[in-house]
Design a protein around this ligand. Structure first.
Ligand SMILES: Nc1ncnc2c1ncn2[C@@H]1O[C@H](COP(=O)(O)OP(=O)(O)O)[C@@H](O)[C@H]1O
Ligand SMILES: [Mg+2]
Length: 361
């Protein structure tokens, strides 16, 4: 029996994207179906992110679904990705940036910058084009954490060229200040600086721009959310009731500014003993999962407490690169995958409100 393109598509309707909760054919992911004379089938599946956490699973399901068709002698699936675009606005300050994701926390010291840096590297390692903007004007720490504190950016056509490291394009106020120099900030200056970090930097075409915000609900998060349409905000928390409480306030602020909460990341909650591997929860406060439930937001995962994270970061090497074998590295990759998946879900559901082509289940 001759295999038809239609039969291949019908078979692939059995394959569901678990995050978007629809089959990959009606989502428009299946492209370039070819059927050879001997029953060899080839096609491409275009996902919404190269960091898709279920890429291998989907590929295997596609292969199995088509291989089961009578007459099929071979299946070749090519997996690609095209990141969807956030809702942009007229004269968008960063028109080439598909997804702009802010990373916020209630209080300082919860590991927000550490998490941001490692998520950026994890997304870049999956093949995404990633930018990292340090909007923590009070304590820019990205240059140190990425091992480039001495670098000074070049300008081109009176715009700033980001500094590249570990596959990530970065910009931070830290690159522009003298070492040890402190700035006495007033509200309008913060707004102006955040705007410059967006508009005066050659960000170019990026899949993801991650923005490391100062802790709390001050001028920087307000300005950012008002200057560009964000995909959403990620809240980093530690399992302390104070941290969770203020994190909840930060989330409420973003929602008032019409910015969705993409998810909650818990940091430093679990410790796994390097000798015996036994895992303990170090603190007894509100967990990341509990906070996510309270906020009605997705829980993206937990990064274990690991002295190697802090040590690598102090040497200017993201933990994911310095210690790819340790449990925290796997955790960063998992959280990055969940984050990318949630960004896709949000942009697809937003597109639906204007074009009515997608209804989240
Ligand atoms: N998972 C972790 N395990 C061990 N140390 C961590 C972890 N996450 C962050 N740290 C350390 O905690 C301190 C604060 O982290 P940082 O990212 O600067 O926090 P924030 O940006 O929220 O102020 C740093 O010394 C950092 O190396
Ligand atoms: Mg920080």
């Amino acid at each position: 029996m001759a295999v038809t393109e239609q039969a291949v598509l019908d078979a692939l309707r059995a394959v569901q994207d678990p995050d978007l909760r629809r089959d990959i054919v009606s989502l428009g992911f299946v492209k370039a179906v070819e059927v050879g004379p001997g029953g060899e089938v080839a096609f491409t599946v275009e996902l919404t992110t190269p960091a898709c956490p279920v890429k291998e699973q989907l590929q295997a399901e596609c292969e199995a679904a088509v291989a089961a068709l009578p007459g099929v002698t071979g299946v070749e699936v090519t997996m690609t990705a095209q990141v969807r675009t956030r809702q942009t606005q007229a004269e968008d300050l960063i028109p080439g940036v598909k997804q702009c994701i802010a990373i916020a926390s209630g209080k300082g010291g919860v590991g927000k910058s550490t998490v941001t840096v490692n998520l950026a590297v994890a997304l870049a390692q999956k093949g995404a084009r990633v930018g990292l903007m340090d909007a923590d004007v009070y304590g820019p720490s990205i240059p140190l954490m990425m091992g480039v504190p001495e670098e000074r950016p070049l300008t081109r056509d009176s715009k700033i060229v980001p500094i590249e490291r570990f596959g990530v394009a970065m910009m931070s106020l830290g690159f522009l200040l003298e070492p040890g120099q402190a700035v006495l900030w007033r509200g309008p200056m913060v707004a102006g600086t955040v705007k410059q970090l967006l508009a005066d930097v050659i960000w170019g075409d990026l899949d993801y721009l991650l923005v490391d915000l100062p802790p709390g609900t001050g001028d920087a998060p307000m300005s950012l959310a008002q200057l560009v349409p964000l995909t959403g905000v990620v809240i980093v928390t530690t399992p302390h009731n104070v941290a969770a409480d203020i994190a909840g306030k930060a989330a409420a602020l973003f929602r008032r500014l019409n910015t969705s909460v993409l998810g909650v990341v818990e940091n430093m909650a679990r410790f796994s003993c390097p000798n015996c591997g036994y895992e303990t929860r170090v603190f007894a406060g509100t967990t990341g999962a509990e906070l996510a439930t309270q906020l009605g937001a997705p829980y993206l995962g937990s990064i274990p407490l690991d002295e190697a994270v802090g040590e690598a970061s102090d040497r200017g090497i993201p933990a994911l690169i310095a210690h790819p074998e340790r449990p925290q590295a796997r955790a960063f990759v998992e959280v990055a995958g969940q984050l990318a998946a949630q960004a896709s879900v949000l942009s697809m559901s937003r597109a639906a409100t204007t074009t009515a082509e997608f209804t989240p289940a």
